[in-house]
Structures are given as structure tokens and as C-alpha cells.
Design a binder for this molecule. Structure first.
Ligand code: NAD
Ligand code: TYD
Length: 356
């Protein structure tokens, strides 16, 4: 049994699906179902006894402790977080509550559970904390990519809250001996990505005939990782990562935002041409820049390759094509996350489990 938090969000849901595609080891999935949590992401698991969903908060110590004792997981994988930089700028409270206080509460609940385990299970137990490259701050154009030794220099409320959570995880290892692993990954993309983030927003807005809002000059650089490659990396770190270590996970795909937007437009021009025959690129609109916008992120993923033998499978070309195709084939999913209708669906489908 493994225990996943935030498993109804973008990466967590991909991870749960990926895990159960590779293994029959069951998953307890604790998710608060914020606006970003969507049980439709897990609809293919409905009726699958290997997936136990519980609606709840990682900061609810009594609930987490009860679930741990009841299900006896050999590992906890923490995806639960507030994850959107723009939201963190407009309202940082939830980010501090979930990413900092929530991680602290989770660590304490896991520590109590772990300390009470018999020796063999205690030895085998792992807490894997999923974090971001944004904790390292911004890179100059000619600076080498982030290694695991890079100084922490978070610039947004989001990245500061994630940095705080990483420090707590580290301290629980050094102080209490909790067997932790931390991963810091670059920008993910792929199926089930909430359309507030760059790539899904561009696909969805393009198809809706809306403007494609590029912040500032669009020359900010992100390093893109296909979400299923991220999932395989997490499985690998969980299996073989060295306790207390951090692993950077990236796809070796540094791209300026404007190039990403043009790539999305080109793919849509090919796969779903506009009725008037023009390119979707005519919808690109440069808008006011994000305050404190980090200029460049880039991950040096050599440690995880050297020590654990992991490399991404997808190139950006293959991953982005799959992603655009997925959005074209899943218009209902997009419509539901936009209208909020999925919340009614959640209530109807999971009323019994919710709050279990
Ligand atoms: P997401 O916003 O899509 O999903 C977050 C999930 O956590 C949602 O299902 C939400 O309901 C749940 N959640 C939020 N607060 C909770 C709480 N207090 N208790 C329980 N559940 C709660 O995020 P994501 O993009 O899937 O990111 C997952 C993790 O990966 C996060 O920790 C994020 O910081 C990290 N990360 C994401 C990216 C990326 O590109 N998306 C990159 C690097 C790191
Ligand atoms: P985002 O997907 O929000 O991820 P992050 O801020 O965590 O990197 O944004 C990716 C990049 O795209 C970032 O440089 C901000 C930019 N961006 C836009 O230019 N327009 C948009 O509408 C959004 C959502 C992001």
C-alpha cells in the first residue's frame, strides 16, 4: 500500500494512474479537492478496489494519522499543494496554509506513524516530497542549469512556500531520522493539466477563439517535462533514492514561452485548423508581465541519471503533440473543469467516500 496526497490534481492523478498501470499495489489517495482537484481525472479507476479515495486535508492530523494506521502504507508521496504562481501573487494565504503548515502537519503525522512501526517496516518506509525547481530562483541566460547544490532563492509566494516545505522535510530527516526523499522538478505538461497554466491555457483559449496572453516579451524560459516522465522518475526515486537526498528532475527542454505558444498554434493549425484558414498565432496577445517574473529555469538532471539510471522518454516534440491531441480528444473534460460541473459529479459519485 502507498499513500498519495494531492492525487486528484494534475501530476498526482497522472501518478496514481501510472502507478496502477505498473503495479497492483493499492493506493490511498488523500485530496482536499480544491478547485485544482478533480476526480474525473481518476474516472477510469472507478470501481477499482486498488484505489481508495478520501477527501480531506493534509493538515488534518487526526484524519491523516487514522488513515496511516488503518492502511499501513510503506510509503507516503506528497503532491498536495497550492501550485499556481499567479494565484499565489493575488492571494498567498492558501499557499502558506497548505504548502507550509500542511506539510508540517503531514510530517508530524507521518513521524508518529513511522516511529511506531516494527523495525523491518520502519527501515523500509519512505516519505517522498514532490517539489519544484522554482525554489532555486531565477537563472541568468548564460548560467549553468540548477543542480541539487544550487542555493535556495525563491522569488514568488508559491516558490517561497515550497522552499519552506523542502526545508521542513530536510529538518525532519536530520532531526528525527525520518526517511525522506525530495524531488525538485521543472514545469510539467501533459493530460489533465488545469487550464490556468501556460500550455493548457493556450490550447483551450486558442480553440475558444480567445486571446493567447503572453506575459511581457515572452522570452522567459522554462524547462518542460512530460508528466509521465515525471511519474516514472518518482517511481525510480522511491525505489532506489538515497535517504535524505534531493533529486532534480527535468526533461532537457529549455524553451522560451513564445516558442511554446507558437508550437501549440502550429499543432492546432495542423490538427484542427481555424475555420477562416488563418493560423491560431493571430490570437497571440502580449500582456502586462507577471510581477517578479522569474526569467529562466533550467534543470541539470544528471544526478538522477548517474545515480538512479533515469532519463526522460519523451522529447518536447513528441510530448507536446500527445498533449495537444489529448486536449482535442477530451473536450468534455475541459468543459467540465471550466464550468465547475465536475464538482456536482464529484458529490454524486463520491458522496460516501468524501470525508471518510
Ligand atoms: P495541482 O494544483 O494540479 O494539484 C494539487 C492537488 O492538491 C489538487 O488535487 C488539490 O485538491 C490538492 N490539495 C491542495 N491542497 C490540499 C490540502 N491541503 N490537502 C490535501 N490535498 C490538497 O498541482 P500539480 O501541478 O499536480 O502539482 C503537484 C505537486 O508538484 C505540487 O507539490 C507542486 O508544487 C509540484 N510541482 C508541480 C509542477 C508543475 O509543473 N505542475 C512543477 C514542479 C513541482
Ligand atoms: P505557468 O504555467 O503559470 O508556470 P510557472 O509560472 O510555474 O513557470 O507559466 C509558465 C510560463 O508561462 C511563465 O513564464 C509564465 C508564462 N505565462 C504566460 O506568458 N501567459 C499565461 O497566460 C500563463 C498562465 C503563463
Amino acid at each position: 500500500m502507498i499513500f498519495v496526497t494531492g492525487g486528484a490534481g494534475f501530476i498526482g492523478a497522472n501518478f496514481v494512474l501510472d502507478w496502477l498501470a505498473h503495479s497492483d499495489e493499492p493506493v490511498v489517495n488523500l485530496d482536499k479537492l480544491t478547485y485544482a482537484g478533480n476526480l474525473q481525472n481518476l474516472a477510469t479507476l472507478q470501481g477499482d478496489a486498488r484505489h481508495i479515495f478520501v477527501q480531506g486535508d493534509i493538515a488534518d492530523t487526526a484524519l491523516v494519522e487514522r488513515l496511516l494506521v488503518e492502511h499501513q502504507p510503506r510509503a507516503v508521496i506528497n503532491f498536495a499543494a497550492e501550485s499556481h504562481v499567479d494565484r499565489s501573487i493575488h492571494g498567498p494565504d492558501d499557499f502558506i496554509q497548505t504548502n507550509v503548515v500542511g506539510t508540517f502537519k503531514l510530517l508530524e503525522a507521518v513521524r508518529h506513524y513511522w516511529q511506531a512501526l516494527p523495525a523491518i517496516k520502519k527501515e523500509a518506509f519512505r516519505l517522498l516530497h514532490v517539489s519544484t525547481d522554482e525554489v532555486y530562483g531565477t537563472l541568468a541566460a548564460d548560467a549553468p542549469a540548477f543542480t541539487e547544490d544550487h542555493v535556495y532563492e525563491p522569488n514568488s509566494p508559491y516558490s517561497a512556500s515550497k522552499a519552506a516545505s523542502d526545508h521542513l522535510v530536510r529538518a525532519w530527516h536530520h532531526t528525527y531520522g525520518l526517511p525522506v526523499l525530495t524531488t525538485n522538478c521543472s514545469n510539467n505538461y501533459g493530460p489533465y493539466h488545469f487550464p490556468e497554466k501556460l500550455i493548457p491555457l493556450m490550447i483551450v483559449n486558442a480553440l475558444a477563439g480567445k486571446p493567447l496572453p503572453v506575459y511581457g516579451d515572452g522570452m522567459q524560459i522554462r524547462d518542460w517535462l512530460y508528466v509521465k516522465d515525471h511519474c516514472s522518475a518518482i517511481r525510480r526515486v522511491l525505489d532506489a533514492g538515497h535517504l535524505g537526498q534531493t533529486y532534480n528532475i527535468g526533461g532537457w527542454n529549455e524553451k522560451p514561452n513564445i516558442d511554446i505558444v507558437h508550437t501549440v498554434c502550429r499543432l492546432l493549425d495542423e490538427l484542427r485548423p481555424r475555420a477562416d484558414g488563418q493560423s491560431y498565432a493571430v490570437q497571440i496577445t502580449h500582456v502586462k508581465d507577471r510581477p517578479g517574473h522569474d526569467r529562466r529555469y533550467a534543470i541539470d538532471a544528471r544526478k538522477i541519471e548517474r545515480e538512479l539510471g533515469w532519463r526522460p522518454v519523451e522529447t518536447f516534440d513528441t510530448g507536446i503533440r500527445k498533449t495537444v491531441q489529448w486536449y482535442l480528444e477530451n473536450a468534455d473534460w475541459v468543459a467540465n473543469v471550466q464550468t465547475g460541473a465536475y464538482r456536482d459529479w464529484v458529490q454524486a459519485q463520491y458522496a460516501e467516500q468524501a470525508g471518510a
